[in-house]
Write a protein that binds this ligand. Structure first.
Ligand code: DP6
Length: 359
């Protein structure tokens, strides 16, 4: 495959100590990635809105190492030394070492924090791993000044994907496609690409209110869920459906047909959870309040001319999506009618943003 292009040919180790800090966002998929094969290759195409407010800020201090046989790093999370997340990051370095041989040359101090409350049920792997990937790419650029901005983003997404699939969609914004698809030129299973078409004005600054229904640890991790798509009785049909939905949503995003958008997005959310319900072993990540909220949203849409809709990720939280011009009325509705179904009435107001930022 074309992974060769990501192996650096020549690096000049002229830098001894350097530090970079990046802010990278979370994202919410409209067409969902669910099912993968080694090494982190998706079974179907996905597309997501990049978020603006939900992000991770990560700095990495690189210092020339005296022991270049293994990858040495320390991890701080929200200001405290963290051992619990270390294995996941160590596995990430293991996967990327051929593409980033410099991880052996430098000792790293990684310092990371999230804008959203820890254990809010918002997956921090997408923003967390994309932030590390951007810091690594800043170092790579310092070791090889010939790298173009375009290559830098592509490789950052490629690296982030090896950490967590959905992280590949957290480098750019506001809409990113990951997975090869005939309708999207340049799309790839290896990295995310910006949605290449002009988007109808109704989808600009699209709003996403994240309702925190259940902040507890998930009973089944995404990785386990993805694996259950092997030998899943409906998998083959699901992967075809995702590809068809991508074609349709691509048209909809361009022509501004919000009703069809709602139909695809809600169906994708429920199909994702239907895959979980019909896996073996089967599992349920939605909670009673998830369903209460969905019903309230449907009721509100039926009784008003609102274009509000919902999507779900691999958990109980509900993402409420709506056009910017409905912001006031929908935010009121959330406050008055939906927040009571959230843990401690908590929700986060966000909207589609532009991706990674250096600080
Ligand atoms: C339901 O990216 O968390 O949010 O690749 O194993 O890290 P790994 O999985 P992850 O899966 C996300 C699944 C999803 C849908 C999506 O974001 O497309």
């Amino acid at each position: 495959m074309i992974t060769e292009q990501f192996i650096p040919k020549k690096l000049d180790y002229l830098v001894d100590t350097v530090s970079y800090k990046w802010q990278t966002p979370s994202n919410i998929a409209l067409v969902k990635y669910w099912g993968k094969r080694t090494p982190q290759i998706p079974k179907n195409v996905s597309i997501s809105f990049t978020l603006n407010n939900c992000h991770t800020i990560t700095s990495i201090e690189f210092e020339k190492s005296s022991d270049n046989k293994k990858v040495n790093f320390e991890l701080f999370f929200e200001g405290k030394k963290n051992e619990a997340f270390k294995p996941k990051i160590a596995q990430f370095f293991e996967r990327i070492k051929v593409y980033c041989p410099y991880v052996f040359e430098y000792d790293m101090i990684i310092d990371s924090s999230n804008s959203f409350p820890h254990s809010s049920g918002i997956a921090s792997s997408a923003s967390g791993l994309s932030a590390i990937a951007m810091c690594l790419m800043s170092l790579e650029k310092a070791l090889n000044s010939n790298l173009s901005e375009d290559f830098l983003k592509k490789k950052a997404s490629f690296l982030a994907r090896l950490g967590s699939g959905s992280a590949s969609r957290s480098i750019e914004g506001p809409l990113v496609v990951w997975g090869k698809h005939p309708d999207v030129d340049g799309s790839s299973d290896l990295f995310g690409v910006q949605f290449p078409f002009k988007v109808a004005s109704v989808f600009e600054n699209y709003q996403d209110a994240i309702l925190l229904v259940d902040k507890g640890e998930k009973q089944v991790s995404s990785t386990v869920g993805h694996n259950l798509m092997h030998n899943h009785p409906y998998a083959a049909q699901r992967f075809i459906q995702a590809s068809e939905n991508l074609s349709e949503i691509s048209q909809v995003l361009q022509n501004g047909d919000v009703d069809t958008f709602i139909n695809i997005v809600e169906s994708e959310a429920l199909t994702l959870h239907a895959m979980m319900l019909t896996s073996n072993p089967y599992f349920i990540l939605m909670k009673p309040n998830t369903l209460q909220i969905i019903n309230k949203i449907w009721e509100f849409r039926n009784n008003t001319d609102s274009k509000i809709c919902f999507t779900l990720d691999a958990g109980a939280n509900v993402h409420v999506l709506y056009p910017e011009k409905e912001k006031e009325i929908v935010n009121q509705f959330i406050e008055n009618e939906l927040s009571k179904f959230c843990q401690n009435k908590q929700f986060i107001l966000d909207f589609a943003g532009n991706g990674a930022k250096i600080l």
